[in-house]
Write a protein that binds this ligand. Structure first.
Ligand code: TXA
Ligand code: MG
Length: 379
C-alpha cells in the first residue's frame, strides 16, 4: 500500500514538473506583440484565447489573463515569478459584472463602488464560483475593481470576461507605468502589450480595502490615491483601520519585498537641507532642488544632458543624476518611472526624498519605504 502511494506521488510530481517546465519554456520563447487602440480587437483575442496581455490602467500597467481559467492564471504566476500565496485582483467593466463574480455583495460594497468606480479602489469580497480558485491563492476572497483608464474599459467590454491583473512587473520589481517598463520585465514571457503613449493618471497602485460588515469596520490593506478620509466621508459610521500587523495576514502581497530597482535606494528627509553632493548618485527631489543645483554649480559639476525633469552632470569620471519634480503629486506620478530611468542610466545608488505621511502621501511613503527597504542615508 505504502509503495503504491509512493509511486502515485512520484507520477503526480513528474506530471506537475513537466507541466511547469513546458509552460516556462513556452513563456520564455514567446514573441511579445505590441498593440495600440487601433488593434484593440486583436489584443482582446489574446485574452479570449487564454493568453496573457499587459494593459494600461489609470494606476499602473496590469498583466491581464482570464480569471475564470486556472491554466491562464498559472501563466501569470510563472511569467511574474509571483509567490503562489499572493492573490490576484480582478478587473471588470461594470458594477453589475462585479456582483456576478462575488458572493457577499453588501450595501456597503455598493456605496463604495458607486462612489469610487471606475477608479483606483480595490474591494475585497468573497470569491464567486465562476472564478478560478487560483485567483485567491488559497484564500476564499478576491479583490475586484473597475479601472477608469478608457483603454482598459474598452478592452474589458470587448472581452466580456473578468480579467485578473496584477501589476505587470517581475515580482519584487517596481510596478510599470509605461509599456516600455512592462517590455523590459516581461518580453518573451507574455503574448502581448496593449500600449498607450500617454502617461498614466496616478502612477501608483490602487487602494485595497476589506469591509467587515458586522463589526462596521473597514481595513486598509494597501494605501493608494483613495484615502481613509475619502472613505470616511462615504461611510461615516465605519471604524477605519490601517492594516499594519493585520495587513500581513489579510494581504499576503504586503509581506514580500516590493518595488525594488536593481540599484540601492536610500531615503533622505524632505525637510532637511542638502549640504553636500555624493558623487555617482541619482537624486529624486520634490523639495530643495534649487539647493542641490547651486551646490553642483559651486562644485564644478559639468552638465552633460538635460531632458524632461532629469539633469545629468559629470566631473572627471564621476557622474550625478538629478531628477526634480514640481510637487508631491508630480513625484508620486513619476516615482516608478524615475526608478526605471535610474536603472537604465546605471546609477549605482538613488537618494530619494521622503514625503509627509498624510492623505495620499501615505501611499507614496509606503512605496518609498519599501523600494528603499526602509533605509535612510546615514548622517
Ligand atoms: O492598481 C492596481 O491595483 C493594479 C492595477 C493593474 O489594477 N494591480 C495591482 O495588482 O497592483 P497587484 O497584484 O500587484 O497587487 C494587488 C495587491 C497585492 O498586495 C495582493 O496581495 C492584494 O492586493 N490582494 C489581492 N487579492 C487579495 C485578497 N483576496 N485579499 C487580500 N489582499 C489581496
Ligand atoms: Mg504588484
Amino acid at each position: 500500500m505504502g509503495l503504491r502511494i509512493g509511486k502515485n506521488t512520484i507520477i503526480m510530481s513528474l506530471y506537475f514538473l513537466s507541466f511547469f517546465f513546458t509552460i516556462t519554456f513556452i513563456l520564455k520563447t514567446m514573441k511579445t506583440k505590441l498593440f495600440t487602440i487601433d488593434s484593440l480587437n486583436e489584443a482582446a483575442k489574446i485574452l479570449i484565447n487564454g493568453e496573457l496581455l499587459a494593459f494600461p490602467s489609470e494606476t499602473v500597467y496590469g498583466l491581464g489573463g482570464d480569471a475564470t481559467k486556472s491554466q491562464t492564471l498559472e501563466k501569470i504566476f510563472i511569467a511574474k515569478g509571483r509567490p503562489q500565496d499572493n492573490p490576484l485582483i480582478v478587473h471588470v467593466s461594470t458594477i453589475f459584472k462585479a456582483k456576478e463574480i462575488v458572493e457577499n455583495w453588501t450595501q456597503t460594497h455598493q456605496k463604495l463602488a458607486e462612489h469610487f468606480w471606475p477608479g483606483p479602489l480595490t474591494l475585497i469580497c468573497q470569491r464567486g464560483k465562476i472564478l478560478s480558485p487560483l485567483v485567491s491563492a488559497g484564500l476564499s476572497t478576491v479583490g475586484i475593481r473597475i479601472p477608469s483608464h478608457p483603454l482598459a474599459l474598452d478592452l474589458l467590454e470587448k472581452v466580456n470576461l473578468p480579467i485578473a491583473g496584477p501589476s505587470a512587473n517581475l515580482s519584487g520589481r517596481p510596478s510599470p507605468t509605461s509599456w516600455q517598463m512592462v517590455y523590459d520585465d516581461l518580453k518573451e514571457k507574455i503574448a502581448g502589450i496593449l500600449t498607450t503613449p500617454d502617461p498614466l493618471e496616478f502612477g501608483l497602485e490602487s487602494t485595497v480595502v476589506m469591509i467587515e460588515e458586522e463589526r462596521q469596520r473597514l481595513l486598509f490593506l494597501r494605501e493608494g490615491f483613495v484615502t481613509q478620509e475619502d472613505i470616511k466621508k462615504i461611510l461615516p459610521h465605519f471604524v477605519i483601520e490601517k492594516g499594519d500587523e493585520l495587513h500581513k495576514k489579510s494581504s499576503p502581497g504586503c509581506k514580500y519585498a516590493h518595488y525594488q530597482p536593481k540599484c540601492n535606494v536610500f531615503l533622505i528627509s524632505y525637510k532637511e537641507r542638502i549640504h553636500t553632493i555624493t558623487p555617482n548618485t541619482a537624486y529624486l527631489l520634490w523639495q530643495k532642488s534649487r539647493e542641490i543645483t547651486q551646490i553642483a554649480i559651486k562644485d564644478n559639476w559639468e552638465i552633460i544632458e538635460s531632458k524632461e525633469n532629469l539633469k545629468i552632470y559629470r566631473k572627471g569620471n564621476k557622474k550625478l543624476w538629478i531628477l526634480c519634480f514640481h510637487n508631491l503629486l508630480d513625484y508620486a506620478n513619476n516615482f516608478y518611472k524615475s526608478l526605471s530611468i535610474c536603472e537604465k542610466e546605471d546609477a549605482p545608488k538613488i537618494f530619494a526624498q521622503d514625503c509627509p505621511q498624510s492623505s495620499w502621501g501615505n501611499a507614496l511613503f509606503n512605496r518609498l519605504s519599501r523600494a528603499s527597504n526602509h533605509q535612510y542615508v546615514k548622517k
